[in-house]
Design a protein around this ligand. Structure first.
Ligand code: UN1
Length: 499
């Protein structure tokens, strides 16, 4: 059995002390043992990153990006094998495991390509002799805390732009996907980043908390709202730190009376069940107009009963297992809550009759129907699993959007309608950071902003927007005259006592 250590200051550390293990959620097969880091390792990593920063920041962006191109090539070359590892370690079916790696490659491509693009602005001055610029400075050491559901892509949302912009990084990946994190770090190591530029500390939430509490200059967090809000609270009380958090959602697909029902069913199935409902953009509500309710419900429930839950490594699997016991417990808790709160359970595959493997964390779609009531936990709290409520509405799209917005979250949402006025109303009024028309609520590309409103987050840890998280804008003004002339008509004369 292989054991894996942290990567600090350009070195793989020997495994000693506490370890934790990673197992395949589909089979229980053990993938490895990993050093369990805490404050001490985080401190060493931050110190290494801090030291490395002074030199790394002096490299040109283009030279820094050259290393990223090697990472890009490695991700492309390894897409199949690394994708398969993603499928093994987090249970996503093969096309999803591979897409995770492809998304990572796209983010690296974006960051490396951006290095040759302008990254500041020339700004006019009231004073002809002045030249003003908006320039960017790296913040310093960036702490990156990433989740298990996109164990390769999300680390690169955090790391790619961060490193190209001249920051160094301390990365604490999820304890549920440490082997993917190890492989990603091997790729970074092979690319030849100077020692200390990127550091990996494996471990649990206490290691993540240690990153937030350490001397990092910025934190990027992707994960649950509970933890993200804690990160935000801590950082708010520390004026030296900056944070960007991307959290969950209680996303919905709206199906209006003018929907093409083929599209509606397809979008709802993809939104609710792809990735076993474990995307932060997955939909857990389908808000359906009463005029089409009966037909939609019949077709959607039929699909939910038939989608194939299977081994993530089988080509014809639609949904793999849940990611682990922690996910199973939460999903089952909300199955019980829904049984209590909903008007009707439409299909319940929470216990599979014939699971693909007796060891895994298997669950299929759970679909209920509930009249809209904003006090229902099941309609407002995030489950993060294949658990979805059909919520009927009557009236126009305005009512659908009212229901849509009645949650504390606002990440992703979709509307299915053939009426452009309805699409536009949803686009302009729904509380979302990512909106989709006649599509599922999942599947954003890296060149788009990614993030939400309300409890779903602060900041957009994606491509162009990460630049804001990891750089300071500075206003730099140069005087080209021998005289000092001020803007706003401010006098530059220095009056003296003896005038
Ligand atoms: C997530 O669910 O945590 O938009 C990220 C998507 C993917 C990213 C999902 N590109 O579905």
């Amino acid at each position: 059995m292989s054991t894996y250590g942290h990567y600090i200051d350009g070195e793989w550390k020997p495994v000693d002390g506490e370890v934790f293990e990673s197992r395949e959620p589909a089979s229980g097969e053990k993938l490895g043992e990993f050093s369990q880091g805490g404050e001490e390792e985080v401190e060493a990593a931050v110190e290494a990153a801090d030291e490395a920063f002074e030199e790394w920041r002096t490299w040109s962006r283009i030279d820094r990006a050259e290393l990223m191109w090697d990472v890009y090539q490695a991700l492309k070359d390894d897409a199949d094998s690394l994708g398969e590892l993603v499928s093994r370690e987090c249970g996503k079916e093969l096309s999803e495991g591979r897409a995770d790696v492809v998304e990572a490659a796209h983010m690296v491509e974006w960051a490396a390509g951006d290095a040759r693009h302008p990254n500041g602005e020339v700004v006019p001055s009231e004073v002809a002799a002045k030249d003003s610029y908006m320039r960017r400075k790296p913040r310093g050491v960036v702490g990156c805390i990433t989740p298990w559901n996109f164990p390769v892509a999300i680390p690169f949302w955090h790391l790619a732009v961060t490193l190209v912009e001249g920051n160094t990084a301390v990365w604490k990946p999820s304890e549920h996907t440490p082997l993917c994190a190890h492989r990603v770090t091997e790729i970074l190591d092979d690319a030849g980043f100077p020692d200390g530029v990127v550091n990996l500390v494996q471990g649990y939430g206490d290691a993540g908390a240690a990153v937030v509490d350490s001397d990092v200059d910025a934190v990027i967090f992707t994960g649950s709202a509970e933890v993200g809000e804690e990160v935000e609270r801590k950082v708010a009380s520390d004026p030296d730190k900056y944070c960007t958090c991307e959290m969950g959602g209680k996303n919905a697909v709206v199906v209006t009376a003018n929907a093409d029902l083929d599209l509606a069913v397809h979008s709802a199935v993809m939104s609710a069940f792809k990735t076993t409902g474990q995307r932060c953009v997955s939909a857990e509500r389908v808000i359906v107009n009463e005029d089409v309710l009966e037909e939609f419900r019949e077709r959607f429930v039929d699909a939910a009963r038939r989608v194939k839950v299977g081994d993530p490594l089988d080509d014809d699997t639609f949904m793999g297992p849940l990611a682990g016991e922690f996910q199973m417990e939460k999903y089952m808790e909300y199955v019980d809550i829904a049984k209590d709160e909903a008007d009707e359970v439409l299909t319940d595959r929470s216990t599979l009759e014939d699971p693909p493997n007796s060891e895994g964390f298997w669950a299929g779609p759970f679909v209920y129907e509930a009249e809209f009531d904003p006090s229902l936990r099941v309609l407002t709290e995030e489950v993060f699993g294949p658990h979805v409520g059909v919520v009927p509405y009557s009236g126009g799209v305005e009512r659908a959007v009212e229901i849509h917005d009645a949650t504390p979250y606002g990440l992703a949402g979709a509307i299915v309608s053939e009426d452009y006025r309805e699409l536009n109303y949803f686009r302009d009024h729904a509380d979302v950071g990512l909106g989709y028309a006649n599509l599922p609520s999942i599947g954003a590309e890296v060149q788009l902003p990614f993030g939400g409103v309300k409890r779903s987050g602060s900041g957009f840890p994606y491509a162009r927007e990460v630049i804001e998280s990891v750089t300071h804008r500075t206003a730099w003004t140069v005087n080209n005259s021998e005289d000092v002339e001020m803007a706003q008509g401010l006098s530059a004369e220095i009056h003296t006592e003896d005038e």
